[in-house]
Design a protein. Structure first.
Length: 453
């Protein structure tokens, strides 16, 4: 009769000496006493443990019988041998502490009313369609797709992304120059190292932007300098060899880079890292295509699924100019898992990604309109809202943040994104995408109370 491996639990015990029975008895007692074997744990069958330890099956059976008689183990017909409550102890002493679930840990670390920028509504992630795409992609994937493969990423996803980016964002993309990364910060680190290896020492970053991006560039060998921003977006600086821009929707101020400025940067000749931030989410204007199409030999186009799907996927992509590709591949240090790449390729090919973008665009536009309607009666104007997931309110920043803390609302101050002595604007950056839908109405009410006070 073929042995069942239902209780083939791996069990580490040392019986290397000359008295295997005594050693096994002592080792099992110690494991139970020290909590390494917890009450209720089902032990391997005597046949399985004997084969694993290289001892006679009768030796294991005799040890089990002895420990059952002493009360360390329990044996029931049809249920095998399990760890009993140790003699002389109470159940409470050997009950392990209840683990804190990931959901509970996250819930305790997140503010109840969170209107900070930078994250979508995670409850809106399309779990069903994503799971269906994963199942279909994995079923159809050739074995070779699960190997180490091309450092740029799986050819199927690079090809699909090249087509999608050309169609949806106007990117001049050849699959050979599409490189997968684990989000924008990872891509920025890779490009920073590649630029440094090519002799570039300085990177200009818009004077308002993510502090984390400045830290990433600096940590990877570049000196970061501020790039001035006015009502038309970033102002070109011919004195720097490379620049990081958010042309589709400047973060956090919200303007789109003026066409004239785009042309100036395209003719500039330095390397532009284009963070296509919020590129898919536009509401009151025609979509602004990617700047990369104006100068594909000088622009590194970067996009992610962090806002369109979820940042936890760690899925990002770069379209790299041919002259930088070798340096980028040398600097590359890993990327997304093959399973996630296969899933995203199927998700885009099936049309599910486009449908998700359209659903999210409609939902966030409605949220934006509700934000404007909530604060307008207070005489407050929200700017930078033609696209994206956030808006900016000009107000007394320090006072507003103090009031927000009193009302249990998490907000970002505009000054925390500044990186220049000339960056003197103050106000609030309101992220209207982050709260789950059921909490958004209350979050807006709290925000009204903050601004009214």
């Amino acid at each position: 009769m073929e042995e069942s491996w239902a209780n083939g639990l791996d069990l580490h015990v040392d019986v290397s000496g000359s008295r295997p029975r005594a050693q096994l008895e002592n080792a099992l007692r110690d494991a139970v006493r020290e909590g390494r074997l917890r009450p209720g744990t089902r032990l391997p069958s005597s046949r399985t443990l004997a084969a694993d330890l290289g001892v006679a099956r009768n030796t294991v059976a005799e040890v089990y019988a002895q420990l059952v008689a002493e009360g360390w183990l329990a044996a029931r017909t049809g249920s095998g041998t399990t760890v009993a409550q140790p003699p002389g102890t109470s159940p409470r002493e050997h009950t392990p502490p209840a683990p804190v679930s990931d959901q509970a840990a996250v819930a305790t670390s997140r503010p109840r009313f969170d209107l900070r920028a930078g994250e979508p509504d995670l409850a809106a992630f399309p779990r069903g369609p994503w799971l269906a795409a994963a199942r279909k992609a994995l079923t159809a994937a050739p074995d070779v797709a699960l190997g180490y493969g091309d450092p740029r990423g799986l050819p199927v996803l690079r090809t699909v992304l090249a087509g999608y980016l050309a169609r949806a964002r106007g990117v001049a993309a050849d699959p050979a120059y599409v490189v997968l990364c684990s989000g924008f910060a990872h891509g920025l680190a890779v490009v920073s190292r590649a630029l440094r290896a090519g002799g570039v020492r300085q990177l200009a970053i818009e004077e308002y932007g993510h502090q984390w991006h400045r830290a990433v560039a600096a940590r990877n060998g570049l000196t970061v300098t501020p790039l001035r921003v006015d009502e038309d977006g970033a102002v070109p600086d011919p004195g720097v060899p490379a620049a990081l821009l958010t042309p589709a929707h400047q973060f956090p101020l919200g303007m789109t880079l003026h066409p004239r400025r785009r042309r100036e940067f395209a003719r500039w000749g330095g390397v532009v890292i284009e963070d296509d931030y919020d590129g898919e989410f536009r509401y009151d204007r025609q979509p602004a295509g990617a700047m990369q199409a104006l100068a594909p030999d000088n622009v590194v186009y970067c996009g992610t699924a962090s806002k369109s799907l979820a940042p936890g996927l760690r899925l990002g992509w770069m379209v790299v100019p041919p002259r930088l590709l070798d340096a980028v591949l040398v600097a590359l240090d890993g990327g997304p898992s093959a399973l996630d790449q296969l899933t995203l390729a199927e998700f885009i090919t099936s049309g599910a990604y486009d449908r998700q973008i359209r659903r999210a665009r409609l939902a966030y536009r409605r949220r934006r309109d509700r934000l404007v309607a909530a604060v307008s009666p207070l005489g407050v104007r929200v700017v930078g809202i033609a696209a994206g997931h956030h808006g900016v309110i000009t107000t007394s920043e320090s006072l507003a943040l103090a009031r927000a803390a009193e009302h249990g609302v998490a907000l970002d101050g505009l000054s925390q994104y500044a990186r220049s002595d000339t960056a003197t604007r103050t106000g609030l950056v309101i992220g209207y995408a982050r709260p789950p839908e059921h909490a958004y109405t209350t979050a807006l009410a709290r925000l009204r109370a903050v601004l009214a006070s």
